[in-house]
Design a protein around this ligand. Structure first.
Ligand code: SF4
Length: 240
């Protein structure tokens, strides 16, 4: 077990937080896993299909909370090395607050909480240095169209958003470029790639876009390494 960061550091380092709640993982490899979500404020992108715009557009109150209080709240919610919960640090773009995220992960590690049960959801634009403790966590990168910028190499899974207006051949070429260095690891199941058709809101209900879903299926057939087509399950079943 690593040494705990000092109280002074935990008191003085703060997060801008949008929400902290328990639910189930709704995307990617760990779908269905009981998960505590820590959603941090702010994003460096403005995707037109964004389903968490409230994390970045000022429409929801941002709480400034120090790391010591976040850890206390997480433990109060039942997070422990024996709990069934993963911790998902998401946004917005959580790596805009990378120093705080590193400190939180170090603190959890010092309690014996398994690093691989920390699940960081990032858009992939902000690099994670291989020397960072974050590179030992489960990093889910969701590169965003149209550029699908990917500056993180230590990813465990890629969730490639397929928008309604995707140009299929262009997306296929970009996915090949992103994945070719990792084909052996993909074949061995050490990394995973998901094609995630966008969700759309119809009246008050979220649905998978049928157009995006069909495009994702066609794109999957043009790739020669394993990919899975998986919509946002939490949108379909109404998990928070
Ligand atoms: S990266 Fe994610 S949070 Fe940021 S604008 Fe795009 S969809 Fe929204």
């Amino acid at each position: 077990v690593a040494r705990a960061p000092s109280d002074r550091l935990l008191n003085s380092t703060t997060f801008k937080v949008i929400e902290l709640f328990q639910s189930f993982q709704g995307e990617g490899q760990r779908v269905g896993t009981p998960t505590i979500f820590l959603r941090l404020a702010g994003c460096n992108l403005q995707c037109p299909f964004c389903d968490t715009a409230y994390a970045r557009d000022g429409s929801r109150k941002v709480e400034v909370v120090n790391i010591r209080d976040i850890v206390a709240e997480l433990f109060g919610m039942g997070l422990s090395k024996h709990s069934p919960y993963d911790l998902c640090i998401t946004g917005g773009e959580p790596l805009l607050q990378k120093k705080g995220v590193e400190l939180l992960v170090k603190t959890l590690q010092s309690t014996g909480f398994p690093l691989l049960r920390v699940n960081i959801q990032t858009n992939g634009t902000i690099p994670v240095e291989p020397s960072s403790i974050l590179s030992m966590t489960y990093i889910a990168v969701s590169p965003k169209p149209p550029k699908y910028e990917l500056n993180v190499s230590m990813w465990s899974e890629l969730k490639i958003v397929i928008p309604i207006d995707a140009y299929e051949n262009v997306v296929v070429d970009l996915i090949k470029k992103m994945c070719y260095p990792y084909v052996k690891e993909l074949m061995a199941g050490m990394r995973a790639v998901f094609l995630q058709p966008v969700s759309v809101k119809v009246s008050d209900n979220w649905m998978v876009s049928d157009i995006a879903y069909r495009k994702a299926v066609r794109i999957s057939r043009l790739l020669t390494f394993p990919v899975r087509v998986l919509p946002q399950v939490h949108r379909l079943v109404g998990w928070q």
